[in-house]
Every structure is written in structure tokens, then in C-alpha cells.
Design a protein around this ligand. Structure first.
Ligand code: TXA
Ligand code: MG
Length: 310
């Protein structure tokens, strides 16, 4: 397949409108999307990614008014949606629009990305866009256009170039289809920030999820490069032969060092660090324990998942 690589969101939007498959940037990570009404296209994305069929996609829309065309929004949820969207958050809602693909579930994840060209693309597409993260299933998500091109050129119709992603980790997922609401996937919007607006919000621990997989995606190994990921509290523990490291206090030189100043930068750099460790054929990727702030949960979640062997 010939893949068009473009900076023009209108071209990407027209492709989606015509049922094509588009890799596009968001403020979190790149997505691989298709019209959510094109079930054949949705199945094709499962094939391209090698994704387990029970792991549902997020539906992306360009504006607030489209959220309750697709899902049921109870009135007091609007204040939450208006506070955090457009932004790095996905709401799981009871599904209203039955023409939209949801992997057979009665709920649907909806997100309004916060990136100008993506919103333009979605407006031109004029359809809800079903899109998982643009990566081969189990591999780290992609935050740079070059990595998207390396993986998806020849497999999709269009790749929309949006440079590097600002946030770097996938959106926070919150299940508001049930009461009390559940914080399913930590992201840049923290549990505490959301709880201010959703006082009954509950956490889900990794173990609860294994027993009761509310979010099917959480039970699979994720985000892992080929090299071994090692979380360390003291960077003196870092080995120096055939390794890479990312952290705040680099104490030794390795083959590939990334120094960061804060957790936000850590989030932005983590996946490209993993991908570069693999490109350099390194054996281990050392990650310093994140700082203690609102971004720590999300960082720890991704690093621990990447370091789990299963
Ligand atoms: O930042 C993001 O969310 C990126 C960009 C592209 O928007 N997308 C993304 O999609 O990370 P994906 O497919 O990699 O992760 C979606 C997560 C999965 O854990 C999935 O199980 C969960 O959302 N999810 C989607 N629909 C759901 C539903 N109806 N019920 C429970 N969990 C759902
Ligand atoms: Mg993903």
C-alpha cells in the first residue's frame, strides 16, 4: 500500500471520511484510526497491530458537542468533561450510538484530543474516529513521527505528521459508566485532580484488575521494548555495559544517557527512550524512580508494565 505522509490535516480528515486508515498525532501519543462506523476498518487495525480482539478502541471526536451523540452523559458529568477536555483523558460511557464500533461492549471510551491539527482532521472527517495507540501490540507507544513512519509506512493510507507528542504517555482512562466511577488507567491527569470533580472516584489496583478486568487493555503486557527495563531508586545501581539510562541524577556514563529535570519531561521522553534503546541494541534500560508528584502514578504504571516479563 502506498502511504501518504503529510502535514495537511485536511488530507488526513478526507481520508478518514472515505474510510481510510490514518496514523495521526495527539497530545499524548500517536494513534492509528479509522471511522468508528467502518467495522471492517476497525478489524483491519486489530490485524495491523496484532492486538487481542477483546481490547476495545477509544473513539476520538473533535468537539464537546459530539460526546453525547455517542455516549450517555449524565448532567453532572458535564462539569468534569468541560474541565478536562479537550485533553489527555478518556471517559468510558454507556454507548448511545449503536452504529459505532465498541468490540461488542455496551460501553464506549470517548476522548477529545487537545492538538490543533488533530481537531482539524476530526472536523473534516466528520465521523467519530476509533483509534488505539499507534504501535505494534505490546510495544511502547509512539511519540515521534519518524517512529510512526518506520512502523506504519506501507500499512496505512495516511500518516499525519505532527512532530513530537507533548504529553508522551497515553490518556487517563476513567470509567464513568458506573457508580462509583473508577480510575482505570493513570495518566497525566491524576486521580487526585479528578477526585476533586468526582468525589466518589475509586482507584483500581493492578491486582483488582487481574481478578476483574474492567478495562480489558490493562491485563496485557504493554509498552515493553525488547531490552530489559529496570526500575532503580539509586542510579549507582545502573550497570554500564550495553545499557541505557533515563533519570534525574545520572551517576555513571552508559551507552545512552537521558537526563530529565522533572516528571513531565520524563513522561515526554520515556517511550522514545525505550525505542532508542532497542534501535541501539542495548540489553537493559535503567529508569530512575519518578519524583513524588501528581505524574508519578502514570510513570510508575508504564515503567512497571514495561519491566514485567509475561
Ligand atoms: O492517549 C490515548 O489514549 C491514546 C491516543 C491515541 O488517544 N490512545 C490509546 O489507546 O492509548 P489504547 O487503545 O492503546 O488504550 C485504550 C485503553 C485500553 O486500556 C482499553 O482497554 C481502554 O482504553 N478502553 C477502551 N474502551 C473501553 C471500554 N469500553 N471499557 C473499558 N476500557 C476501555
Ligand atoms: Mg495502547
Amino acid at each position: 500500500m502506498k502511504t501518504i505522509i503529510t502535514n495537511d490535516p485536511e488530507e488526513a480528515g478526507r481520508c478518514l471520511k472515505n474510510n481510510g486508515i490514518v496514523v495521526f498525532p495527539t497530545e499524548t501519543v500517536y494513534g492509528i484510526g479509522v471511522s468508528a462506523r467502518n467495522f471492517h476498518g476497525c478489524n483491519k487495525i486489530y490485524e495491523i497491530k496484532g492486538r487481542p480482539k477483546d481490547n476495545p478502541f477509544i473513539v476520538h471526536v473533535g468537539e464537546l458537542s459530539m460526546v453525547d451523540e455517542i455516549g450517555y452523559v449524565i448532567p453532572n458529568l458535564w462539569k468534569v468533561i468541560k474541565r478536562f477536555s479537550p485533553g489527555p483523558i478518556t471517559y468510558i460511557l454507556p454507548k448511545k450510538d449503536q452504529t459505532v464500533f465498541s468490540s461488542g461492549l455496551s460501553t464506549i471510551g470517548i476522548r477529545i484530543p487537545n492538538l490543533g491539527i488533530t481537531n482539524t482532521m476530526l472536523k473534516i472527517a466528520d465521523v467519530p474516529v476509533a483509534a488505539p495507540s499507534a504501535n505494534i501490540s505490546g510495544k511502547p507507544s509512539i511519540t515521534r513521527v519518524q517512529d510512526a513512519i518506520e512502523v506504519f509506512e506501507g500499512l496505512v493510507n495516511v500518516i499525519l505528521n505532527g512532530g513530537n507528542c507533548e504529553v508522551g504517555l497515553e490518556s487517563t482512562v476513567v470509567d464513568v459508566s458506573q457508580n462509583p466511577p473508577v480510575y482505570l488507567r493513570p495518566g497525566s491527569i491524576s486521580f487526585e485532580e479528578l477526585k476533586e470533580f468526582l468525589p466518589l472516584l475509586e482507584r483500581t489496583s493492578q491486582n483488582d484488575v487481574e481478578k476483574n478486568p474492567l478495562s480489558p487493555g490493562l491485563k496485557y503486557k504493554h509498552y515493553a521494548p525488547d531490552c530489559e527495563v529496570v526500575l532503580v531508586k539509586d542510579m549507582m545501581e545502573v550497570e554500564t555495559k550495553n545499557t541505557g539510562q533515563i533519570g534525574f541524577h545520572l551517576k555513571k556514563a552508559t551507552d545512552f544517557d537521558i537526563m530529565i529535570q522533572n516528571n513531565q519531561e520524563y513522561m515526554r521522553m520515556l517511550y522514545s527512550f525505550f525505542i532508542d534503546c532497542d534501535k541501539k541494541n542495548l540489553k537493559r534500560a535503567f529508569c530512575e524512580y519518578p519524583l513524588n508528584d501528581s505524574k508519578r502514578d502514570a510513570l510508575l504504571n508504564r515503567i512497571l508494565k514495561a519491566s514485567t516479563k509475561n
